[in-house]
Design a protein around this ligand. Structure first.
Ligand SMILES: [Ca+2]
Length: 275
């Protein structure tokens, strides 16, 4: 077995059982995988599993595995993208998943979380911070320790019997497993960068990155209604600077931020890219 995925960074923190930065699987194979070692044994009566995923595997073509935690005999905690596009959570089963219909996973990063809690069986999926309906699954069950966590392949034995047609191809990053159900507000917070406007309205948006993003901001004085649009998708509306008026007499500058009019630009905030 060959480990050829790219492990860029591995970090741990007190609250998390497991944390990984970025794994890249560049081709379909039955050999490439990464084994992750949890910080604590995975005896879990609740959990939150989060990761970012981007893949160019075509929709509807085949299933692929996102996360596998297997003991000697069982698939203990597995997360799949099923061949019909749904997300499947498998707790100590290989055949009876809990399925969620979600927006399609594709070549742009999707932030995906699953939460599960034993005493109620309440299970939910979060896609880019938006919560699915709650479903009931494996009430009073406990996830057992003693298994191995594998990313990139579906192990049919403890750490083998991989099938290329179930392998993951693409990028998985920010894999985190917590032994509790994080509140919806925390899941929204961990999604990522804030878009800044200097004195107030902060918007959580999909990451701006090397792929072009179309960004609009609208604002209206009489209500203060302020909205961000990212690639045509509207943010929630926030109230900012009600009854304010933008003044004339200034200059428009792209690429630098000036603290004071006519001051030199700060080289650290230079926008080194294309608009
Ligand atoms: Ca398999």
């Amino acid at each position: 077995m060959k480990l050829s995925a790219l492990l860029l960074f591995c970090a741990a923190s007190v609250a998390q059982e497991l944390s990984v930065r970025t794994l890249i699987f560049s081709s379909e194979s039955s050999r490439n995988f990464v084994e992750l070692t949890p910080q604590k044994p995975l005896d879990l009566s609740s959990f939150t599993l989060c990761l970012r995923v981007a893949t160019e595997l075509p929709q509807w073509k085949r299933e692929f595995i996102l996360f596998a935690y297997r003991t000697q005999d069982r698939d203990e905690l597995n997360l799949w993208r099923e061949s019909d596009g749904r997300i499947g959570l498998y707790l100590r089963t290989s055949s009876e998943p809990l399925l969620f219909t979600v927006p399609a996973l594709g070549p742009m990063q999707t932030h995906l979380c699953v939460t599960w809690e034993s005493s109620s069986g309440a299970t939910a999926v979060f896609v880019d911070g938006k919560k699915s309906l709650t479903k009931i699954y494996k009430k009073y069950h406990t996830v057992s320790s003693g298994g191995r966590v594998v990313i990139g392949q579906d192990p049919d034995t403890l750490l083998g019997d991989f099938d290329a047609k179930q392998s993951f191809v693409g990028e998985i990053s920010d894999i985190n497993l917590w032994s509790s159900v994080l509140p919806h507000s925390s899941i929204k917070e961990i999604i990522g960068p804030y878009l800044r406007s200097s004195e107030g309205a902060l918007f959580t948006v999909p990451a701006l990155g090397p792929m072009q993003t179309h960004l609009c901001v609208t604002w209206e004085s009489s209500s203060g209604a302020t909205t961000v649009f990212v690639d045509g998708k509207k943010s929630l509306t926030k109230i900012y600077k009600k009854n304010h008026t933008v003044s004339s007499g200034g200059t428009v500058l792209i690429g630098q931020f000036r603290q004071f009019y006519k001051a030199n630009g700060d080289s650290k905030s230079f926008f080194n890219s294309s608009l």
